[in-house]
Design a protein around this ligand. Structure first.
Ligand code: P6P
Length: 332
């Protein structure tokens, strides 16, 4: 229509999740409120990551700043903010953070029905180099009759309700799935809202990029060596490109958008690889599958792994369906 509404459609994360959640008759709004707490945390971390070097926030923990307070490293500060924000939401019963050795059981007065597992600032060793870093999170609903215990988070990734990450780079990109596909949002600093910019992200069925730390090649097991050879010296004479940022959120984000395969295998040095199952492997596997890709340990579907320890490591290969299927042929 000539003088119809403006083309730009401003859909915020809050309104989009609310509309998705309200389709469930049983929706109480609890999950929406929990996701509001998570996105508030991401907004705060985004602000501080951007200012980090200016505010010397990346100082080493333990050094005193001008006020003589303990200097907090950004990942410790991010962790404190995330824990406090989730507790204050009143929607959580158990929290697992990469920064905390033990699971956090929320006090009665603030306890809710959800459990959040997260890495508040993954890849933080890259901050000083200005490389993209991110917050990764997964959400379980407490099991029926449970008031919140370690058992509520030692569950397969397939039982997660929500998974997402927020990548802090030239802009803050929050990518999330509540089990109905994957949506990407970009933080508009002007209005402080995450705006829907990548609706219904679908990973290409095959890509042309592989993302492994080949510095570990000396220790790789046979299947990985053979697979990498097959895409570096392919019979069709068209090798894949190598892209490795060394920050999981950045490598996975590129894989979701461009396709290809990301892998952090187990090897002769690290028998379970390096990535953590609960708050790195599971959320990224959940998102990859929801976007139409595959995620495997090499021997089983990643989301089917039954955790035994909240910080256990897991070999992880994820990405375009056909690329992961090619890799799996070398494991058979
Ligand atoms: P490497 C960052 O420290 C991290 O946990 C992930 O974000 C990243 O994918 C991986 O480790 C990089 O590990 O051994 O290649 O430096």
């Amino acid at each position: 229509i000539e003088n119809g509404p403006p083309k730009a459609e401003i859909i915020t994360l809050t309104s989009h999740v609310l509309s998705q959640q309200q389709r469930h008759q049983m929706a109480t709004g609890d999950l929406t409120l929990l996701l509001t707490a998570i996105q508030t945390t991401c907004k705060f971390i985004a602000t501080n990551v951007r200012r980090a070097s200016l505010l010397n926030l990346i100082g080493v923990a333990g050094t005193a700043n001008v006020q003589g307070e303990d200097q907090k490293k950004l990942d410790i500060l991010s962790n404190d903010i995330m824990i406090n924000s989730l507790r204050a939401s009143g929607k959580c019963a158990v929290l697992v953070s990469e920064e905390n050795e033990e699971a956090i059981i929320i006090d009665e007065g603030h306890r809710g029905r959800y459990c959040v597992v997260f890495d508040p600032l993954d890849g933080s060793s890259n901050i000083d180099a200005g490389v993209n870093i991110g917050t990764i999170f997964g959400v379980y609903k407490c099991e029926e009759g449970s008031t919140g215990s370690i058992k509520d988070v030692l569950r397969k990734g397939s039982e997660m309700q929500v998974a997402g990450y927020c990548m802090y780079g030239s802009s803050a990109n929050l990518v999330i799935s509540t089990g109905q596909g994957v949506d990407g949002y970009t933080l508009d600093n002007g209005i402080g809202e995450f705006i829907l910019t990548h609706p219904n992200i679908r990973i290409p069925s095959r890509g042309k990029i592989y993302s492994f730390n080949e510095g570990n090649s000396l220790f790789f097991h046979e299947p990985v060596v053979k697979y990498l050879e097959s895409i570096k010296y392919p019979s069709n004479g068209k090798p894949y490109s190598a892209r490795y940022i060394g920050s999981m959120v950045a490598d996975v984000h590129r894989t979701l958008l461009y396709g290809g395969i990301f892998g952090y295998p187990s090897d002769k040095k690290s028998k379970n690889g390096k990535l953590r199952l609960l708050y790195e492997g599971f959320p990224m596997a959940f998102l990859t599958e929801q976007a139409g890709g595959l995620a495997t340990t090499g021997t089983q579907r990643l989301l089917d792994v039954q955790p035994t320890d909240i910080h256990q490591r897991i070999p992880c290969f994820l990405g375009s369906k056909e690329d992961v299927e090619d890799l799996l042929k070398f494991f058979q």
